[in-house]
Design a binder for this molecule. Sequence first.
Ligand SMILES: *[C@@H]1O[C@H](CO)[C@@H](O)[C@H](O)[C@H]1NC(C)=O
Ligand SMILES: *[C@@H]1O[C@H](CO)[C@@H](O)[C@H](O)[C@H]1NC(C)=O
Ligand SMILES: *[C@@H]1O[C@H](CO)[C@@H](O)[C@H](O)[C@H]1NC(C)=O
Ligand SMILES: *[C@@H]1O[C@H](CO)[C@@H](O)[C@H](O)[C@H]1NC(C)=O
Ligand SMILES: *[C@@H]1O[C@H](CO)[C@@H](O)[C@H](O)[C@H]1NC(C)=O
Ligand SMILES: *[C@@H]1O[C@H](CO)[C@@H](O)[C@H](O)[C@H]1NC(C)=O
Ligand SMILES: *[C@@H]1O[C@H](CO)[C@@H](O)[C@H](O)[C@H]1NC(C)=O
Ligand SMILES: *[C@@H]1O[C@H](CO)[C@@H](O)[C@H](O)[C@H]1NC(C)=O
Ligand SMILES: *[C@@H]1O[C@H](CO)[C@@H](O)[C@H](O)[C@H]1NC(C)=O
Length: 428
Amino acid sequence: MVVILFFLLLFTNFLATTQQGHSSISLGSSLTPTGNSSWLSPSGLHGFGFYQRGNGFSLGVFIAGIPQKTVVWTANRDNPPLPGNVTLHLTGGGSLMLQSADSQEASIVTTSVPIAKASMFDSGNFVLYNSAEGIIWQSFRNATDTILPGQGLLAREELYSSVSETDQSTGNFRLTMQGDGNLVQYPKDAPYEGPYSYYSSSTPQNGDNVNVSLNLDVDGHLYLRNSTGFIIKDLTPGGNSTEETFYLMRIDSDGIFRLYSFTLNQSNLSAIWASSADKCSPKGLCGVNRYCVQNDQEIGFGCQCLPGFAISGEGSRISGSCQKNFSTESCESKDGNIMYTIERVTNTIWEDSSYSIVSLPNNEECEKACLEDCICEAAMFKDGKCKKQKLPLRFGRKLNDESNIALIKVGVEDKRSKKERREDLVII
Ligand SMILES: *[C@@H]1O[C@H](CO)[C@@H](O)[C@H](O)[C@H]1NC(C)=O
Ligand SMILES: *[C@@H]1O[C@H](CO)[C@@H](O)[C@H](O)[C@H]1NC(C)=O
Ligand SMILES: *[C@@H]1O[C@H](CO)[C@@H](O)[C@H](O)[C@H]1NC(C)=O
Ligand SMILES: *[C@@H]1O[C@H](CO)[C@@H](O)[C@H](O)[C@H]1NC(C)=O
Ligand SMILES: *[C@@H]1O[C@H](CO)[C@@H](O)[C@H](O)[C@H]1NC(C)=O
Ligand SMILES: *[C@@H]1O[C@H](CO)[C@@H](O)[C@H](O)[C@H]1NC(C)=O
Ligand SMILES: *[C@@H]1O[C@H](CO)[C@@H](O)[C@H](O)[C@H]1NC(C)=O
Ligand SMILES: *[C@@H]1O[C@H](CO)[C@@H](O)[C@H](O)[C@H]1NC(C)=O
Ligand SMILES: *[C@@H]1O[C@H](CO)[C@@H](O)[C@H](O)[C@H]1NC(C)=O
């Protein structure tokens, strides 16, 4: 009985998504950034086409029905912006082709068979069909950083954050719907391994949960469903208003994924749920040799350099790294002018990339061990363990209930050498 009801539900769901309104785009149609720039869905809510990006344009799907155009998918997101004199053709030969002003052509999506028609759905899905009306490509199965109701994230699919709200190039974080049924977040280039993750749905591992998908319904319900259709975890309760209110889920450039709602008369999206309230949780939010500290400022966190280190370059972004602000000489050279001292950074945690772990009674002994070891650049002391490390230090953050002490080897010039250098300066 339950099973029958369930399949009925699935079926009505299926009808709802397939019968949704769509505009058909026939072969021979074209778009230009400054003329007819998009193909809108029948309701006008979503559109596929050119949108302004920096000094140029990108191609993608955006919410066209609200004052602030919000991009939900971008073609070739890591390519530079396009100039205004390009044309997109759905060619008679069956390809979606971008033509530059000097007639160079580049395919926007690669399909194995010719395209016979395209459709822009009210759901936000841009779909390409073959001559038998079969789907050969759809933006819903090529997600960038956003999923829309009905789209979902299937097993082994992933989302990558954007650089910023106005630059949809690949940013620093990913959200992966793993084959083991867990929905997990990692820094962009990190391995798919526990120590690198910073969010996990901790889906029950009952051995059967293969092909689990992340789903978003029109009422703001965000959940994980297994391959036989059982909801195995709710991320949001749903049941929210569907009266002129729309929802989307996005992994933001700060590494946190959020559920947003919007209405047609509202200029900005409103975040109604976030995967974490801890702004410092995304690993690698701050660049190397820096650590994240939560604060009450608008973005909710700041990035500090290690003591003795400084940020390089002007207007450095949070993902910029800090470098040594002291001269380095081999610590083996006896007549060098550089001496080393240890600066303590309490209550911080870092990636464990130690090359040596020694049991020592206190952090003074750990400091000594690092000072006496020429290749030691930093050490972590916690619970009687002294972990010696080399730079760079990654994934740093302040955590108040942690007893970990980071010990940083910092070069100090002795007085004699400082004086000599100052005199040098005067002569120059
Ligand atoms: C835009 O498309 C419409 C309908 O296809 C057409 O009538 C109009 O001339 C086009 N405008 C430009 C600037 O190409
Ligand atoms: C197209 O526009 C770009 C950027 O404005 C310009 O550099 C280029 O010369 C233009 N190409 C042609 C053939 O007009
Ligand atoms: C989306 O399509 C592009 C181009 O075909 C491809 O390189 C990329 O891997 C696809 N991304 C996903 C998430 O499928
Ligand atoms: C889905 O979950 C249900 C309920 O936990 C379970 O009985 C079923 O075996 C699961 N199916 C798969 C394919 O894992
Ligand atoms: C899981 O998905 C893969 C790829 O879609 C499919 O080959 C496999 O049969 C599925 N397994 C189960 C148990 O549903
Ligand atoms: C609406 O959304 C918010 C955030 O996800 C949630 O707290 C609330 O319970 C939802 N449901 C209703 C009926 O408001
Ligand atoms: C926008 O529309 C919603 C739903 O129609 C309405 O409840 C709300 O008051 C409107 N807000 C503004 C600022 O007009
Ligand atoms: C919408 O966002 C923009 C840019 O973030 C901001 O300047 C503006 O004040 C916001 N508007 C509203 C109504 O919140
Ligand atoms: C870097 O070191 C120089 C010289 O010791 C000092 O004047 C400067 O303030 C330091 N910069 C930072 C950002 O700590």
